[in-house]
Design a protein around this ligand. Structure first.
Ligand code: SAH
Length: 396
C-alpha cells in the first residue's frame, strides 16, 4: 500500500458491513478523509483505530461515499488491476456466450467487482455505462479493456442513466473505441434475432435481464392467446408467435418501441399480431370492460419504485396492474408478472400480487418464480444486486 494514498476513516463501530465484505461506505459512517481526494480517486478505507479494510473509489458527491475495489489493502489499484477485473468478469460469461447466443451482460458493476461499470455485449458491439465517480475516473482504461476482448469491433458509451446525477456526473453518450455502432445490430439468442438500438434504445438497447423469462415464455406459449403488456421491442411477443401462440397482442406506450417490435417480427419471420400503443392501465381497463380473456399474460412494467420512499405508491400501481391482469385471465390462464424495482423484495411483491388476486376474487397459485439470469449475478455479500423478480401464476 503506497503511503501517498489518502485514507478514509470510519466512525467508531461502523465497520460491520465492511467486515462482511459489503462494498459500500455510506457518508454517515465516515469520520474524516485525509486531504481532498478528487472524485474517483482511490482511498484506503480504515476503521477508526486505523485498521485498513481495503481500497475503494472515493465519491465525494454521493451518499455512497466510497465503493470498495478490493478488501486486500496490500493490492494496488492500477490499470492492470481494473483491466483484469473486467477480463475475468467477461470470462465468467464464456459458457453463456457459446453456441447461438452472442449477447450477454459482461460486467455487472459491484456484482463483478467493478463498481459503477455496466457493459453489455451484443455480437461484436459492447455498450457500456459508467454510473459512479470511480468508474468515470477509470473510463479510458475500462474502454481499452473492453475493446481488447476478442472479437469486439465497437465500444459505445450510454452513460445517460439518472443515477449519474447522484454522483455529480453529467450524462455522456458516444463512441469510445472502434467503429460506429451498426444501426442494424442484431442480438442473437437461442435461435432468435432481436434488433438492438444501441444509440436510442432503453438501457443499453435490449433487456438482456429477461433472457431466462424468454425461455419460460417459449416453453408455454403454444396455442395460447397471449397478451404482452409493457412489450417494449416485443421479445416475448416474437417468441410466443414463433412457438405457435393462438394470438398475440402487445401493449406499450412507446411508438418507436412498437416499430422495433414489428421489425423483430420480420427478422424472425413471424406475425406478432396486434400492436397497441397506449397507457397500459387504460388499455387493460378497456380490455377488461370488453370482457377479453387471455391464456398467457406477460406483465413487465418499468421500474415503479426507485427508492424505499416510493414503495407505497409503487405498490398501489403494481396492485392495480396485477388486478387488471388477473381479471383478464381465462380459466387456467397463466400470468408472468415482474417487478424490476430493487427496493421491492420478493416478499413484498408477492403480498401485493396476492392482494390483487384477492380483489379479483380468483384463486391463483404460484407455479414458478423467475429471477435475473446468471450474467446478472448477486454476490452473497451484496444482496442489493438483486432487482428483478417474477412470479409465474396460474388462475383457476
Ligand atoms: N418486457 C420488455 C421490457 C419492458 S420495459 C422486454 O422484455 O423487452 C418497460 C416498457 O414499458 C417500456 O417499453 C416502456 O415504453 C413501457 N411503458 C412505460 N410506461 C408505460 C405505460 N404507462 N403504459 C404502457 N407502456 C409503458
Amino acid at each position: 500500500m503506497s503511503p501517498s494514498i489518502p485514507s478514509l476513516w470510519l466512525r467508531p463501530n461502523r465497520e460491520r458491513s465492511l467486515k462482511r465484505l459489503h462494498p459500500w461506505v455510506f457518508s454517515g459512517a465516515v469520520a474524516k478523509v485525509d486531504g481532498s481526494p478528487v472524485p474517483g480517486q482511490t482511498v484506503v478505507v480504515r476503521a477508526n483505530d486505523g485498521t485498513p479494510f481495503g481500497l475503494g473509489a472515493y465519491s465525494p458527491e454521493s451518499q455512497i461515499r466510497a465503493r470498495m475495489w478490493t478488501f486486500d489493502a496490500e493490492r494496488v489499484v492500477d490499470d492492470a488491476f481494473v483491466a483484469a477485473a473486467i477480463t475475468s468478469a467477461a470470462g465468467r460469461r464464456a459458457a453463456l456466450l457459446a453456441g447461438d447466443t452472442d449477447s450477454a451482460r459482461l460486467v455487472f458493476s459491484e456484482a463483478d467487482g467493478v463498481p459503477g461499470l455496466v457493459a453489455d455485449r451484443y455480437g461484436d458491439t459492447i455498450v457500456c455505462q459508467f454510473t459512479t465517480a470511480g468508474a468515470d475516473a477509470w473510463r479510458e482504461v475500462m474502454a481499452d479493456a473492453l475493446f481488447e476482448l476478442p472479437g469486439v469491433a465497437c465500444v459505445y458509451e450510454r452513460s445517460d442513466a439518472d443515477v449519474r446525477d447522484r454522483e455529480g456526473l453529467l450524462p455522456r453518450v458516444g463512441l469510445l473505441r472502434g467503429a460506429e455502432p451498426n444501426p442494424d445490430l442484431v442480438a442473437h439468442e437461442a435461435g432468435f434475432r432481436f434488433a438492438v438500438d444501441v444509440t436510442g434504445g432503453h438501457k443499453t438497447g435490449f433487456y438482456l435481464d429477461q433472457r431466462d423469462a424468454r425461455r419460460a415464455v417459449e416453453a408455454v406459449a403454444t396455442d395460447r392467446r397471449v397478451l404482452n403488456v409493457f412489450s417494449y421491442t416485443g421479445a416475448f411477443s416474437v417468441i410466443a408467435a414463433a412457438r405457435g401462440a393462438a394470438s398475440v397482442t402487445s401493449i406499450d406506450s412507446s411508438g418507436p418501441a412498437l416499430e422495433v417490435a414489428a421489425r423483430n417480427a420480420a427478422l424472425n419471420g413471424v406475425d406478432i399480431g396486434e400492436l397497441t400503443e397506449g397507457d397500459a392501465f387504460t388499455v387493460l381497463r378497456g380490455l377488461r370492460d370488453r370482457a377479453k380473456q387471455y391464456d398467457l399474460i406477460c406483465l413487465d412494467p418499468p421500474k415503479l419504485a426507485n427508492t424505499e420512499g416510493q414503495l407505497e405508491k409503487a405498490s398501489r400501481a403494481y396492485k392495480d396492474l396485477n388486478l387488471l391482469a388477473v381479471k383478464l385471465l381465462a380459466p387456467g390462464g397463466m400470468l408472468m408478472t415482474w417487478s424490476c424495482s430493487g427496493a421491492m423484495g420478493m416478499d413484498l411483491f408477492q403480498k401485493v400480487v396476492a392482494g390483487a388476486a384477492l380483489d379479483a376474487k380468483r384463486t391463483v397459485r404460484i407455479v414458478d418464480r423467475l429471477h435475473q439470469p446468471s450474467d446478472h449475478p448477486v454476490p452473497l455479500a451484496f444482496p442489493e444486486a438483486e432487482y428483478l423478480k417474477g412470479l409465474v401464476l396460474v388462475a383457476d
